[in-house]
Ligand binder design. Structure first.
Ligand code: KG4
Ligand code: ZN
Length: 361
């Protein structure tokens, strides 16, 4: 049995969790700063790191208390090394180093994107979806994961399509050339004057709108040989929404108030549909090409209901998507990844450096 303490502070959530055997969540504490950053319309890095400093100690203490374990019962500390905001990452890294040094514990450093993927090992059998079949019983056994798996990581900072061929083995199939999917949601949310973060706000507005009201572009990038590849581009879509707003409300500039007649709900639904279509089409095509056993969707945008529904219907293979609490940033997923790396023998030295940019594959 392994008991791992996970620590995550790469963006605007301070989080600690205790995970047993890479699958059982004994505790998961997340202190979100989202309300503070909302007033700036995005994450303010300097403020984020200051709040991490205030939160990290109580958050770790609470995670240990809720799990009813002492540091003496922990086998290793898994901590996010990157990618993320440097000033935020360094807070979690320093806490992990201090605890490791003080208690003689091994350190295992984790790539944040790998953490998002390992959220799927914490999700019960009811989060594996097969079209036309009812989900497995929540109390049923975990359905073992077979490789290869096509993974779509969609968050505020990343849009990556990855072929996972084994534990810790990744081949990058493609990614975004400009905005990440979550970033596009956040920017379009701002254009539509919806509250930050844009993702959940757009989803909410879209519920009352028509997805076919506006025909926004689906960008399918091609290689030099003319074949469609697995890369993404969302900045043109954001510009298309801006242009449409300028047609509907002549003279509109970002941050102008919107006139009452502007169909925000239809714009949100049509934008969301354009993002979802491209994500599902590419993931499904990759699953076919690489004969994937399953498709995983991870990262904050995997909380999106329209994406979940369309991916389950369109992937062509079973789809796993974590519960909402494991979609957005959390330390449980970092500890789950840490469990596999710890078993594989990974140990990191106390003088490791954080990595603000760090490709997974
Ligand atoms: O993974 P995450 O918590 O942080 C990063 O590592 O970036 O992802 C945050 C992103 C934000 O851009 C947010 O707007 C988006 O996930 N998001 C959503 C939804 N919930 C969160 N996007 C679309 N629909 C949602 N329901
Ligand atoms: Zn994340």
């Amino acid at each position: 049995m392994t008991t791992i303490l996970g620590i995550e502070s790469s963006c605007d959530e301070t989080s600690a969790a205790v995970i047993v055997d890479g699958r059982m969540i004994r505790s998961s504490v997340v202190a979100s700063q989202v309300d503070i950053h909302a007033q700036y319309g995005g994450v303010f890095p300097e403020i984020a790191s200051r709040i991490h400093i205030e939160s990290i100690y109580p958050v770790v203490e609470q995670a240990l208390q809720q799990a009813e374990v002492t540091l003496g019962e922990i086998d290793a500390i898994a901590v996010t090394k990157g990618p993320g905001l440097a000033g935020s990452l360094v807070v979690g890294a320093s806490m992990a180093k201090g605890l490791a040094l003080g208690h003689g514990l091994p350190l295992v450093t984790i790539n944040h994107l790998e953490g998002h993927i390992y959220a799927l090992w914490l999700a019960g059998p009811e989060y594996r979806y097969v079209p036309g079949q009812p989900p497995a019983e929540q109390s049923g056994p975990f359905i073992p994961i077979e490789f290869p798996v096509v993974v779509l990581v969609v968050s505020g900072g990343h849009t990556e399509l990855i072929l996972m061929t084994g534990h810790g083995q990744y081949q990058r199939l493609g990614g975004t050339f400009d905005d990440a999917a979550g970033e596009a949601f956040d920017k379009v949310g701002r254009l539509l004057r919806l509250p930050y973060p844009g993702g959940p706000s757009i989803q909410k507005a879209a519920q009352n709108g028509r997805a076919d009201a506006f025909d926004f572009p689906r960008v399918h990038l091609r290689s030099n040989q003319g074949q469609e590849n697995y890369d993404f581009s969302f900045s043109g879509l954001k510009t298309a929404v801006l242009r449409m707003l300028q047609t509907l409300q002549p003279g509109y500039k970002p941050d102008d108030p919107l006139e009452p007649g502007v169909p925000v709900d239809d714009l949100a639904a049509s934008f969301q549909a354009a993002v979802v279509d491209v994500l599902v089409e590419k993931a499904a095509r990759a699953a076919r090409e690489f004969e994937a056993r399953e498709v995983f969707v991870a990262g904050g945008v995997s909380a999106n209901a329209a994406l979940r529904k369309a991916m389950i219907a369109g992937a062509g293979v079973p789809v796993r998507i974590p519960p909402l609490s494991l979609c957005t940033d959390n330390a449980a997923m970092i500890a789950a990844a840490g469990h596999h790396r710890f078993l594989a023998g990974q140990r990191d030295s106390l003088d490791f450096d954080i990595r603000a940019t760090w490709p997974l594959a």
